[in-house]
Design a binder for this molecule. Structure first.
Ligand code: MG
Length: 312
């Protein structure tokens, strides 16, 4: 495909994903646990997108009473995935990783921009399958594709830039955990890297006004809980972790790429269904903010570090 054909192709894809029939009276958001049955044109209207792919920029009109969330997330061949993975899964993961950060702030996704480079020999088939996976996830979550870029390079590389929104002043942050709070994770840890990611958007929204701190686990529980505790100037005692079937304890603690939510709540508050309590926030000793203990032993903040570890 030449560049013009690609732009046209993307425009058609986005048009198909973003614009369809309108259903009057469709709920602004699906009920918890229900599939999002709003039409995609409903998603486009809700996103605030006024002008999408085809002009120099997308135009978005913000709403009153909201804070906007911005995030970019990149995936690189041989760092985040191998070429053998189905292109549709690569596309799904590329968007879902960014959505997971929107979930971690308690937000709802609005728009995304997708920049993709592919080697010349992979060509059109890869691009189509990649976008099929990505746009299915976009539709499912009410995220509108508002633009992007395509180029050739030696490796597959994708950068997703996402815009989300949260009620003003209510974003779930990392810095609010207090001694005595209970610590939870939203699912099992140590999952394989070649699967779909399930961004915990509904759970994130349900935690607004309840969780004292929240983040998603992208680099492993040990490192991410350490980060949360540093931000909150506290320490943590972890007593147990839910290990994904077939994974080792080491991988569950340090492996990364889990995309579950890690959050804290006052211990007296009833947690949402399906989450697991893993420990308790404790005061940090002087100069030891961020210290994490697992079953009484110090847990080093070791996780997946792109600059230190090869892909396993
Ligand atoms: Mg994150």
């Amino acid at each position: 495909m030449n560049e013009l054909a690609i732009v046209e192709y993307l425009r058609k894809l986005a048009a198909r994903a973003n614009a369809a029939r309108v259903v009057r009276g469709a709920p602004a958001r699906p009920a918890p646990g229900k599939r999002d049955r709003r039409t995609v044109s409903g998603a486009q209207a809700a996103s605030g997108l006024i002008l999408g792919i085809g002009d120099d920029c997308a135009v978005v009109r913000p709403r009153a009473g909201e804070d906007l969330l911005f995030k970019s997330d990149q995936i690189v061949e041989d760092i985040h995935f191998r070429r053998g993975i189905a292109p549709a899964i690569v596309g799904q993961r590329a968007l879902a990783r960014a959505l997971s950060d929107i979930a971690a702030m308690g937000g709802e996704p609005r728009l995304c921009l997708v920049s993709l480079t592919v080697p010349q020999d992979l060509g059109e088939r890869f691009i189509r399958a990649f976008y099929r996976g990505l746009l299915a996830e976009a539709r499912r979550t009410g995220t509108v594709l508002a633009g992007g870029d395509l180029a050739h390079a030696e490796k597959i590389y994708c950068d997703v830039c996402i815009l989300g929104a949260v009620p003003k002043g209510q974003a779930l942050r990392r810095d609010g955990a207090r001694p005595g709070d209970a610590i939870f994770v939203s699912g099992s840890l140590g999952k394989p890297w070649d699967r779909r990611i399930e961004p915990r958007l509904e759970l994130g929204r349900s935690l607004l006004g309840k969780a004292t701190a929240c983040m998603d686990i992208s680099d492993g529980l040990a490192l991410d809980l350490h980060r949360l505790c540093v931000a909150s100037h506290v320490a943590a005692h972890v007593t147990a972790v839910p290990i994904h079937r077939g994974a080792t304890l080491d991988r569950a603690l340090h492996g990364g790429e889990d995309y579950e939510l890690l959050f804290t709540m006052p211990a007296s508050m009833r947690p949402p269904k399906g989450v697991m309590r893993i420990g308790t926030v404790v005061p940090a000793k002087h100069g030891k903010e961020g210290e994490v203990f697992f079953q009484g032993e110090p847990l080093p903040p070791r996780g997946y570090d792109h600059f230190q570890q090869p892909l396993q």
